[in-house]
Design a protein around this ligand. Structure first.
Ligand code: IMP
Ligand code: MG
Length: 174
């Protein structure tokens, strides 16, 4: 089976919105250092683009989680594939995600991080599909709310492909 990708958000739209969110975060964290936690692999492009535009001091760490279950649906059972390298106790932590779908991955992850004693814990996502929410998640920064479509690009994959697209596209199966 092959697929075509239809543009949902252009590179210019995404970049412009990231700059806006970065300005907001820089204002909110004024006088503090923000500790970004990138959720791999999908969050990598967004984390880099966001971090470049922050005017407050930044430190970064990376986590990788995988949810057991079907390829395009999240099961809610989360496995930590790569844990943090550094402690987060006393830090102003900002989790950076590619997309919030059911909310299961994030709700698990936030609880896990909260138990490690950060000074503050917030969540920033590039995309949000609110219609799909099963578990309530408190999202502080959202670049775009999108309809219930499977999207790729800017870090998001379909069977590990298309992460490198500089825009967000909808996958259409031919
Ligand atoms: P959740 O636990 O259902 O919120 O799932 C979130 C994870 O599912 C994301 O971090 C993505 O890895 C993946 N995901 C959900 N929707 C999409 C999509 O439209 N395209 C690509 N990956 C997606
Ligand atoms: Mg993800």
């Amino acid at each position: 089976m092959s697929e075509t990708i239809r543009t949902l958000l252009s590179e210019e739209e995404v970049d412009q919105r990231i700059a806006e969110i970065a300005a907001q975060i820089s204002e909110d964290y004024e006088g503090r250092q923000v500790h970004l936690i990138c959720v791999l692999k999908g969050g990598i492009f967004f984390t880099c683009e966001l971090a470049k535009r922050l005017s407050v001091p930044v430190s970064m760490d990376f986590m990788s989680v995988s949810s057991y279950g079907a390829a395009t649906k999240s099961s809610g059972v989360v496995k930590i594939v790569k844990d943090l390298d550094e402690e987060i106790e006393g830090k102003d932590v900002l989790v950076v995600e590619d997309i919030i779908d059911s909310g299961r991955t994030l709700s698990y992850l936030l609880e896990y991080l909260r138990n490690r004693g950060p000074k503050s814990l917030r969540l920033c996502t590039l995309l949000d599909k609110p219609e799909r929410r099963v578990v309530e998640v408190d999202v502080h920064y959202t670049c775009f709310q999108i309809p219930d479509e499977f999207v790729v690009g800017y870090g998001l994959d379909y069977a590990q492909k298309y992460r490198n697209l500089p825009y967000i596209g909808i996958v259409e199966l031919d």
